[in-house]
Design a protein around this ligand. Sequence first.
Ligand code: ADP
Ligand code: F6P
Length: 324
Amino acid sequence: MADEIKTIGVLTSGGDAPGMNAAIRAVVRKAIANGVKVKGIKKGYQGLLNEEIVDLEKKDVSDIIQRGGTILGTARCSEFRTEEGQQLGAEICKKHGIDGIVVIGGDGSYRGAQALSKHGINTIGLPGTIDLDIACTDYTIGFDTAINTAMDAIDKVRDTSSSHERCSIIEVMGRNAGYIALWCGVANGAEDILLPERYDYDEQGIINNIINNRKRGKKHHIIINAEGIGHSTSMARRIEAATGIETRATILGYMQRGGNPTCKDRFFASIMGAYAADILCEGKTNRVVAFSGGDFTDFDIDEALAMKKDISEYQYDVSKALSM
Ligand code: ADP
Ligand code: F6P
């Protein structure tokens, strides 16, 4: 192994996700075990362009597997969307002797990896996002921690909502995807679950549901609203006016991205990180690591980015049936 690949880099990019540190640790330790040197690139593609590059040894990734956030830092970098930025990034890699990079992030970050690969730097993407919105993989690092954090928070809001006999709209993250909303909606037993993929703007239907539930003696009414729909505060005002029932909006926000990763996130990050290091050291490029069909695998980035993903129709139907 590692006949040609002597040094690799690792960076985290886009929104941080719990488990990114476990992935960094796995990349570093597996690459070193393969006889390859590792450099950490700080603050995503912005740090690459600023040459914020440090050597990483096994000891540098001690005591991080349990920590949220990313020890390398992360950023969104508009310069890297340009041809000049990508070319400069590739030149900086060559200057620092970096033959290949593991990019941990979402599908935006994969596009940066795809560009670097076209400029002669081997790249492997790792799915790091709480949103679960990467089509080629059934699992993304950070999702499990985020949904457990959100689920606990929603349980707490439900306690106070029942005490006050209020309706609560709780907005969860996910950008344009409704996976966090669907999972929490089902797991928290919400009365309504609003997903961007299925939202029909039938607010009157929700209002009727609240009024009917109250007539039947329900003390709370929990609506899980996805960030992709948003407008929770104005929705709460309209619902209160139409139902006469006190209605509050809670936007969970960035707490969903923080905290110690769950066992599942640590495990997936560790296996996926090691897998990425292995295929990068073998000389593969323009690939993304995925969990698909019950096993770890990898796809060509171009193919992965062309894939489409949607909420399962059956899971959505069940979520509706159970919230009746
Ligand atoms: P995520 O990786 O979580 O989807 P973003 O979409 O913000 O997050 O992408 C993270 C970073 O990846 C961007 O700030 C940018 O530096 C880089 N990136 C995104 N899209 C492209 C693109 N089309 N070409 C090159 N780089 C990109
Ligand atoms: O992709 C993760 C995520 O938290 C999304 O759920 C959200 O839409 C976005 O990042 C927020 O990004 P920022 O950190 O730039 O506000």
